[in-house]
Ligand binder design. Sequence first.
Ligand SMILES: C[S@@+](CC[C@H](N)C(=O)[O-])C[C@H]1O[C@@H](n2cnc3c(N)ncnc32)[C@H](O)[C@@H]1O
Length: 368
Amino acid sequence: MDKTLKAKTRLNGICPYFTMFPLDFPYSILEEHGSRGEWVLDPFCGRGTTIYASRLLGMPSIGIDSSPVATAISEAKLVNIKPGHIVSTAIKILKNAEEPSDIPTGEFWELAFHKNVLNSLCKFRESFLRNCRSDSRKALRAIILGALHGPRPKSKQSYFSNQSQRTYAPKPNYAVNYWKRKGLLPEEVDVIEIIREKADRYFGLEKSQGMGKIIVGDSRNNKYFQKIQSQVNWVITSPPYYGMSSYIPDQWLRSWFLGDSSQVNYSSPEQLNHLSPDHFSSALKKVWENSSDICAQNATLVIRFGSINTRNVDALEIIKKSLCQTRWKIKNIKSAGFASQGRRQAIHINSKVSNPREEYDIWANLNC
Ligand SMILES: C[S@@+](CC[C@H](N)C(=O)[O-])C[C@H]1O[C@@H](n2cnc3c(N)ncnc32)[C@H](O)[C@@H]1O
């Protein structure tokens, strides 16, 4: 992807999400081999990198993910909206909202957000829970998710929270101890100004048209695929690597904003479970079978997969087994390099990668 295009693809970064693959990965595949108008599916869409790459190339797409945070971010990759409209929606919501009925209390919440900022966040939260159907609301919700927590810069404030990481939500006890030790109190930031700056940044240069649909659901379950009417030509995806199972608790604060409880949620039955490599392969097999049910005859599946340092497994064995006795026939397996060479899944789990693992791109065709 050339530099000019990169400057115009800011929407992809609207909210951080760990373990995403680079935009170049789905984009270069679809640019070289796909055609405008062909449908693209990502059954583990995460923050919607495949969805956004498809949009840039005029290809409609469908994303499925069982994390509501992932799907809320992905939905914003499909909206068609001008920044001014997003800002006026935000102003209107705050102006018309009644006092929120549910404002979380306790030391974490007192130290995480200034009380007036928390009040505004709760007004947005309750308003979106009632209705988040329009493009302007979907875009605004993703902007707020992206600005919810992050570092306090020296000059202009870009996040609503006290000092935090951007990607992961702070765990309450750890964060409270840290803020107290450092004497950090939350600042009263200008919520509308932060939204205005981000709306301009992420939507100001966007020229492409979003087309498609995002579904919150467990991809092992065929019922979510039955909702899809279109015939899919491309499946480009990256499942969680075996052992990478903290998508829901690590995003607990964004999940709260989307309606979950105000405490860390450690239960995630709709996420793939990591009991054993065999169990994991069988779960993936269901996803590949469900995907093939809605594919055109000549469809192609491309999977990026690897392993994490804490689990000593053979990533290729897991994928080969998952594709065995499905309608997908493996055509090619390419190295995608080592986890230390880029912002790959293993990097996000262990900042010190002592033993970098190789990642693979597995190409398969539908065998009719
Ligand atoms: C590696 S991430 C995908 C990242 C994505 N490629 C991107 O660029 O943002 C894997 C995703 O699988 C999702 N996931 C895990 N189990 C799932 C399931 N059973 N059904 C649907 N999605 C699931 C996780 O929530 C996570 O978002």
